[in-house]
Design a binder for this molecule. Structure first.
Ligand SMILES: Nc1ncnc2c1ncn2[C@@H]1O[C@H](COP(=O)(O)OP(=O)(O)O)[C@@H](O)[C@H]1O
Ligand SMILES: N[C@@H](CCC(=O)OP(=O)(O)O)C(=O)O
Length: 385
């Protein structure tokens, strides 16, 4: 973290922690969260809120007896509930001299580069001006196949692209247990997890309340994603205005997930790695794989063996080795037709053919390695041969 940058925290609040068990907003719960958010702000942290609860707040007003299951039911409930939710947040924030701003995102906002950048810029501007961004999925227009899945993953994506230091997921249970504590009173709690293994993933079950959606499973998926970017995660609960500060101080009622293994990826590289659709594929030889994966170099046309698809300069492509293993993704500087023309050629020939001095097909600043090998040394040796 650079010296001038404030400590940045994304707080996600689940539906069950904001609404009544049978639906409808709980002003009391909301006000308690706001008091804790205000305390975080007073302590000098930068805070971003990801709040669920639109559907659970709205459905009672539409006359539904329980959380609707149809898409149009959920969308109608969200349209009513989101307004009520933001109004309640702003009423409460005002008493602390704070203002909130509503940001509704869809998955498209992440996969289209200019929208990703716009969202990024708008959020940073709000933070700079001391406004509390309140993010939710734009449920009313998100179609089933094109959603984030749940707000747990949305909060992890937001924490990633804003390069937050901490992600706090507040829910109705005080952490991850070795079995669902609602159904198994003997279940034991984990206080610290350094690696999310497949055993941990298997332990986490579905939603417990009648208003929540993803359950512990979606929180663990979100934690895994955030952890891979070096963000510390907390899943749990707490009481009173001091609860978020307590969580940051390591005294939270819940489970902490932390390791210091991964370096944070810049927003641009995160977009390439996790959100950009691939517009084509480039197959490279061993020397180029070595340069990209282990030597921190750019991809030169000389290492390209095959070009697949019809992409343009500036688009994102997958890069594989000769056996088809995905090595990573990168933004190309040249179109498929241009690369087809210069593949396998030396830098001097490429310069002549392309009429430029810089001939990198993919610059290392626009490259993300996705190839995961348990034994890096062995793989390095294999491609050195
Ligand atoms: N292993 C587990 N440890 C803790 N909680 C679990 C576990 N498996 C499933 N759960 C359930 O996950 C629920 C929290 O998820 P969810 O209902 O989606 O809440 P939210 O609305 O806060 O997102 C808990 O109430 C709990 O019943
Ligand atoms: N976007 C939806 C919430 C979806 C969701 O993930 O809910 P939850 O499991 O309570 O965090 C809403 O505002 O109702």
């Amino acid at each position: 973290m650079d010296a001038k940058r404030k400590h940045r925290v994304v707080v996600k609040i689940g539906s069950s922690s904001l609404t009544n068990p049978t639906g409808g907003l709980s002003r009391q719960k909301l006000e308690e969260h706001v008091s804790a958010l205000a305390a975080l702000r007073r302590a000098g942290h930068e805070v971003i809120l990801v709040s669920s609860g639109a559907v659970a707040t709205g459905f009672t007003q539409l006359g539904y007896p329980s959380r609707p299951v149809t898409l149009e039911g959920k969308q109608a409930a969200a349209a009513v509930g989101q307004g009520l939710l933001i109004q309640a947040y702003n009423d409460s924030l005002r008493t602390y001299g704070l203002s909130g701003a509503q940001i509704l995102l869809t998955r498209d906002d992440f996969s289209k580069r200019h929208r990703y950048q716009n969202a990024h810029n708008a959020l940073n501007e709000l933070l700079k001006r001391g406004i509390l961004p309140i993010i939710n999925e734009n449920d009313c227009v998100a179609v089933d196949e094109l959603t984030f899945g749940d707000n747990d993953m949305l909060s992890a994506l937001v924490a990633g692209f804003l390069r937050a230091d901490d992600l706090i997921i507040l829910t109705d249970t005080d952490g991850l247990y070795d079995a669902d504590p609602r159904t198994n009173p003997q279940a034991k709690k984990f206080t610290l997890i350094e690696e999310i293994t497949s055993e941990i993933e298997a332990i986490a079950g579905g939603a417990g309340s009648r208003v929540g959606t993803g359950g512990m499973r979606s929180k663990i998926n979100a934690a895994k994603f955030a952890l891979s970017l070096g963000i510390h995660v907390f899943i749990g609960t707490g009481k009173g205005a001091g609860k978020l500060l307590d969580i940051l101080a390591g005294k939270g009622e819940g489970t902490y997930f932390r390791n210091d293994m991964r370096a944070p990826l810049k927003a641009r590289k995160q977009w390439i790695a996790f959100h950009a659709e691939s517009d084509g594929r480039i197959v490279i030889d061993k020397g180029a794989a070595r340069a990209l994966l282990y030597e921190g170099k750019s991809l030169l046309p000389s290492g390209i063996v095959r070009v697949c698809g019809d992409f343009s300069a500036g688009q994102v492509v997958e890069v594989t080795d000769l056996s088809g293993r995905l090595l990573g993704k990168g933004e190309v500087n040249y179109s498929a037709a241009q690369l087809e023309q210069v593949k396998g050629e030396s830098t001097a020939v490429c310069r002549e053919q392309l009429g430029v001095l810089r001939v990198e097909a993919v610059h290392r600043d626009n490259w993300v390695t996705l190839y995961i090998n348990e034994n890096k040394e062995e793989h390095k040796e294999e491609i050195m041969q």
